[in-house]
Design a protein around this ligand. Structure first.
Ligand code: CU
Length: 134
């Protein structure tokens, strides 16, 4: 009886130790992933691996003035009347480009005066920056 109780207590202690060890390990793993900027979790998963090395940081590229002509949430396209986009060798014109994400589609309003950066992402001309004119 006494021996059984001790055994049960030891087993219970071992189980809870294993549980808390497992719990804190996974908590550490989550924190580690979130804080590590080089981890896969931090990457923009829309960015194809093949273009990573040739993609220049957006911050170093000049923005171009444009007017939002229309926003099509069904196709994910934003039509811009834009000045010359020198980085993709596009002269001034009115043309539809893919929006980077849903947030950009939501914030873009027809008629808005904006500044844009359009880049080729996975061989699709994509608006990677869209902000109000300063
Ligand atoms: Cu064009």
């Amino acid at each position: 009886m006494n021996k059984m109780t001790l055994l049960a207590a030891a087993l219970s202690a071992a189980l809870s130790a294993a549980f808390s060890a497992g719990f804190s390990l996974s908590a550490f793993a989550d924190t580690h992933t979130m804080n590590n900027p080089n981890s896969m979790a931090g990457m923009n998963m829309n960015m194809p691996m093949t273009t990573m090395s040739e993609k220049k940081p957006s911050s170093t590229q000049a923005l171009t003035d444009a007017t939002v002509v229309s926003v099509d949430k069904n196709t994910g396209m934003i039509t811009l009347k834009h000045g010359a986009l020198s980085n993709i060798h596009m002269p001034a014109m009115t043309m539809a480009y893919k929006a980077k994400n849903a947030e950009m589609l939501d914030s873009a309003k027809a008629g808005a005066k904006v500044q844009v950066l359009v880049e080729s992402v996975d061989n699709t001309l994509t608006i990677t920056t869209l902000q109000d004119q300063q």
